[in-house]
Design a protein around this ligand. Sequence first.
Ligand code: CP
Length: 332
Amino acid sequence: MNGAKPDQIFEDESRLQLNDDGNLRHLLTLKGLDRSLLVEILGDAENYLTPTGGLPARSNALTGRTVANLFFEPSTRTRASFDLAGKRLGADVLNLDVNTSSRKKGESILDTIYTLEAMRCDIMVVRDASAGVPAYIARHVKDHVSILNAGESDVSHPTQGLLDLLTIRRHKGSFEKLVVAIVGDIRHSRVAKSTGWGLHTLGVGELRLISPPSMAPDPDEMPFARICDDLDDGLADADVVMALRIQRERISDLEGIPGTEEYFSSFGVSHERMKLARPDAIVMHPGPMNRGIEIEGSLADSGQSVITEQVANGVAVRMAVLDRVAKSLEGH
Ligand code: CP
């Protein structure tokens, strides 16, 4: 079940995530999500950013609702930020420990979902290594339940895409004239796909996907992007540079994957390499980072880096998404 999905499936998922009024009921993919809805979510997220020197934003928008975090793959940022986002909106938050759950005794994912549904969990945040799981669950839940995709195989990570878009917009304003370079293991990255489609929907000037040939995407997956295997060429005059981790957990045959030193020398984003980009270019990374492999450690900690802002924006984006889907559940 791993791997890219045909366009028809994406169209079905894109429709499935909206209710009859066109409001967001589930968040499954950014591919095909309407530009105006994308812009509205980013606007909502701005209102949930922590003010400088202030305490984190809070509201009672989710009082009485229960959010369940179901992470069947490891996570630090996404899981912690959904936990904080739910609590800051007044929800009860359940973090299911999947390693001690009854899935270890062979319970199916749907039976786990039906069990939590019966306990009146309303919003289920799901990360899974298999493609199609969030949409599969969304097709089976009751009217009071919303499903949020928190990372699906190498296919989709919509809230990461949204937080990347918010971070870029806060630094660069509009997208139309921007050159965005995403560098690294594009083929196995769900982040590259969600951020890439979000950038396309918002009208980015140019999207470059830079990787060794063994990590290049299928050209049909993001047909609007320029695929490139030369880092110097790809970074020239870029406004935004995002480095990606090699997703070793999704690569069954490591043959053709460069060793660490060779990789950093050819595809590592470093101070030296960033001289090719625009002087005001920002450096991004979705995390977790492997310093010295895909990014120079001191660059990640430098003034050019917006990596910790991405993390902070992730809480605001997840608050905005939780608030929006909770509104679509009103009356249930
Ligand atoms: N970017 C991201 O998804 O990080 P985590 O795996 O730590 O959630």
